[in-house]
Design a protein. Structure first.
Length: 354
């Protein structure tokens, strides 16, 4: 009898491991008849085997390219029209404190508009972000289910209210009721200069900031709420098992996980605050000057200036307004790009368990 046959029939010898038998663990195992090969799997992953997948891939790819083309066309149009106006501007476009396109030669600049846009947006963020995060935490970790649902529904409704409705509410309800607040700020904090008030109508940058805070509150709340819901349950249970209180769970497990998401939500809200038009134009009384106090009328924003002067502007004046719109366009792109970059740093959102 052959020696190899005797060795294979020896019951005391253990069977060879799966890799030695050419099983699934063997990296050089022979190809099983009927199983898809590497090339077939790659083609299937690319959606190349079904006509419907190919059509869907083409449509989605074309939509992405179309979006980029539209953005590029907008940028080219704004840049071209802005260059026509800036080339004839006798003042410094970035630092001038006046806007008079009817002069010969014309003089206009965006210093006041940039200041007003930044100040009103910062005031809105300071007021809205803490409240929005608190509401999101209450809905996800404190409120009972029968209460969290209606509150989330109301927040969603606030996000659907048109801007002009917010503007009318601000002009008819908010502005008349700010006299008491402005008087209190002037009495106790007027010495700072930031909150000094000349007893005029409360149509100032602080009023605009309060209104913008109300408008961006639903955006920040909704995004923060979804981020807090994705915190892994095991992290919270581990903190509770160690004896942590509910606030300590929020502070040690929820907030660190959702920090990037809250920052991204805040920047998305900032993008809306920067470009808000009708609501700002309804409650602000601009005088195209920079004031240290937030309680006195003055300043202006890019969007508000474009909305209020576009109809009565000449062709050259519209080019000047388009030039200011180009600056706002660039600022908005930078803000949204920064938000996307922050979101991309936290890939674990997609794999977290609520």
């Amino acid at each position: 009898m052959d020696i190899s046959t005797k060795k294979s029939q020896n019951p005391a010898e253990p069977p060879p491991p799966p890799s030695a038998r050419g099983g699934p663990g063997d990296p050089i195992a022979p190809h099983t008849p009927g199983a898809p090969g590497t090339a077939e799997l790659k083609r299937a992953a690319r959606g190349a085997t079904r006509p419907g997948d190919r059509i869907f891939l083409t449509l989605t790819r074309g939509s992405g390219i179309l979006l980029l083309a539209i953005m590029a066309a907008i940028a080219v149009f704004l840049t071209y029209r802005a260059s026509l106006a800036i080339s004839k501007d006798e003042a410094n476009f970035l630092t001038a404190f006046e806007w008079n396109t009817n002069l010969i030669p014309p003089k206009f600049g965006i210093a006041v508009l940039a200041f007003g846009t930044v100040v009103s947006s910062v005031v809105a963020m300071v007021l809205a972000v803490p409240v929005a995060v608190a509401i999101a935490l209450f809905i996800t970790h404190y409120a009972p289910r029968r209460l969290s649902g209606p509150i989330a529904y109301v927040v969603d409704l606030l996000a659907a209210v048109p801007s002009i409705v917010y503007g009318l509410w601000g002009a008819l309800i908010l502005v008349p009721h700010l006299n008491g607040l402005f008087g209190w700020l002037d009495e106790y904090l007027g010495w700072t200069g930031i909150f000094s008030w000349d007893q005029g109508a409360p149509r100032s940058m602080l009023t605009v900031g309060i209104l913008l805070a109300i408008m961006i509150l639903p955006i920040i709340t909704n995004v923060s709420r979804e981020v807090f819901r994705q915190v892994p349950q095991m992290h919270q249970e581990a903190a509770l098992a160690l004896g942590a209180t509910r606030w300590e769970v929020v502070r040690m497990a929820v907030l660190p996980f959702g920090r990037s998401g809250v920052i991204s939500a805040s920047m998305l809200g900032l993008g809306r605050a920067l470009g808000e038009t009708m609501a700002v134009a309804t409650v602000l009384s601009p005088d195209f000057d920079i004031h240290a106090s937030l309680l006195n009328p003055g300043g202006g924003t890019f969007a508000q200036n474009i909305a209020s002067k576009f109809n009565e502007a000449t062709e050259f004046g519209r080019d000047a307004l388009i030039a200011s719109g180009l600056v706002l366009f660039v600022i908005t792109l930078l803000v949204n790009g920064a938000a996307r970059a922050i979101i991309a740093r936290r890939k674990e959102y997609s794999g977290a368990n609520a």
